[in-house]
Ligand binder design. Structure first.
Ligand SMILES: [Zn+2]
Length: 106
């Protein structure tokens, strides 16, 4: 099977054209698809940390956070058919959301 190689127009990685959509590799497709949810996740996480220091009830925020994580998982599953890969992508996005949190909170 011959497959055309193209450069992702976002990260410039060389990928098989069959794995791209709108010139984007799967990594970039996933990153873009969950970008708003990742921001939301980081925002809620900071809010929860703030509430926690005030000894406020954080249970509800915890539920909101897991809902955002579920929605990220859903969006990733729409793009990544292989379930194990989808889980890897979700883990990576959550790790990056966590990193984002620490970066923003200066
Ligand atoms: Zn890319």
């Amino acid at each position: 099977m011959s497959s055309l190689l193209i450069f992702c127009r976002d990260c410039a990685k060389q990928v098989a054209s069959s794995q791209t959509k709108n010139g984007l590799c799967l990594d970039c497709q996933v990153r873009r698809a969950v970008a708003d949810l990742r921001d939301e996740h980081a925002r809620l996480w900071r809010k929860r940390e703030r509430y926690r220091t005030q000894n406020a009830n954080v249970e509800q925020i915890g539920r909101q956070i897991s809902r955002v994580e579920d929605r990220m998982g859903q969006r990733i599953k729409e793009l990544v058919s292989n379930e194990r890969e989808a889980v890897d992508y979700l883990r990576r996005e959550l790790e990056s959301a966590r990193g984002q949190r620490y970066t923003i909170k200066k």
